[in-house]
Design a protein around this ligand. Structure first.
Ligand code: SAM
Length: 340
């Protein structure tokens, strides 16, 4: 039973009409009007009673209403498009001042200052009483999660408050990549970068037809809880570099991608060394490598970089770019360069 009902309000469809909120293709706006679905997304965030929640991209406010109905203490909404502000102000009045409206861009908004300091918890503690929820456009949600994963690793941004959980939507394929197991078809760079830092769950999928206007693809709702102890104990940038190299040649044996970490003149020797140190079979495919394998590769790469610090600045893509430039060719890194 929900105890905290908002007073009767115009429906989201009426709000859209009232404020003439045509979805902007340019901002990839797709609205959720089905209250059963907005409630279902919000339930996946867990118990929000008395919680401090940040909703990213509230738009006409479907998910916003579902969040307010859970009895939150405060709801911070960050919305880029001015047209939605009057509708959000109306929700603020209806909820007796629980909504704090920020008209801004979530990619630049200072999440480390978003909530009161007393909510901060130690990393090893239970997650703080802070949650992030959002149905963002796909062209924003992917760069945003990459930024937030790095901030999670560094305990900055929204993770200044501790292990802040997040419930976000993605294009289904991206949700599948984030959650793909070892050997899975969708196993990719994003699977490793997400899973080394978080417990991640693809909660459910929403068919494109549930949105207005209908997007080309289905949508996955993903829940993230940062792990107390990341599965790889190395700096984010180092892990990112190793993972990117390995998946650079995703259909080849993994030693091929691993070898791209090293300058040509030392490539054969150092590739052999790293694989031996990491105990990784060179003929496994990138998708067959487990988190333990990546942990071994990152630790071994770190060891090699500690021995020769110039190694870390070597960048295969940069070298290729330079070579192509010198030959006056178009840049085409390779035909099977991986998708994130
Ligand atoms: N949450 C609403 C819903 O589920 O119906 C709207 C979803 S719509 C896919 C995405 C919303 O995010 C839009 O309101 C859009 O204006 C907003 N938005 C897009 N880019 C943003 C950004 N960088 N920062 C904040 N909001 C953004």
């Amino acid at each position: 039973m929900t105890l905290y009902r908002l007073p009767p309000l115009p429906t989201i469809r009426e709000i859209i009409k009232l404020y003439n909120l045509r979805a902007e293709k340019q901002l990839s706006q797709n609205f959720l009007l089905d209250l059963k679905l907005t409630d279902k997304i919000v339930r996946k965030a867990g118990n929000l009673k008395n919680a401090y929640v940040c909703e990213v991209g509230p738009g006409p406010g479907g998910i916003t209403r579902a969040i307010l109905n859970t009895g939150v203490e405060e709801l911070l909404v960050v919305e880029k498009d001015t047209r939605f502000i009057p509708g959000l102000k109306m929700l603020n009045e209806a909820s007796l001042g629980k909504v704090r409206i920020v008209h801004g861009d979530i990619l630049t908004y200072r999440m480390d200052r978003a909530f009161p300091n007393h909510l901060k918890k130690a990393w090893e503690d239970d997650p703080p009483n802070v949650h992030i929820i959002g149905n963002l456009p796909f062209n924003v949600s992917t760069p945003l999660i990459i930024k937030w994963l790095e901030e999670m690793a560094n305990r900055t941004g929204p993770f200044t408050y501790g292990r802040t959980p997040m419930t976000l939507t993605f294009q289904c394929e991206v949700a599948q990549r984030m959650t793909a197991p070892t050997g899975g078809k969708q196993r990719s760079r994003l699977s490793i970068m997400t899973q080394y830092l978080c417990q991640v769950k693809h909660c459910f999928s929403i068919p494109g037809r549930a949105f207005v206007p209908k997007p080309e693809v289905d949508v996955g709702v993903v829940h993230f809880t940062p792990l107390i102890k990341p599965k790889i104990d190395q700096p984010f940038k180092l892990i990112e570099k190793v993972v990117q190299s390995v998946f650079q040649l995703r259909r080849k044996y993994c030693y091929r991608g691993v070898s791209l970490l090293f300058p040509e003149e030392q490539r054969t020797q150092l590739t052999e060394q790293i694989l031996t140190l990491a105990n990784v079979e060179p003929t496994l495919r990138p998708s067959e490598l487990s988190m333990k394998h990546f942990q071994g590769l990152c630790n071994a790469y770190r060891e090699l970089c500690d021995r020769d610090p110039s190694l870390f600045s070597y960048n295969f893509r940069e070298e290729l770019r330079q070579k192509k430039k010198m030959k006056g060719q178009d840049i085409q890194i390779n035909e099977e360069s991986e998708t994130l």
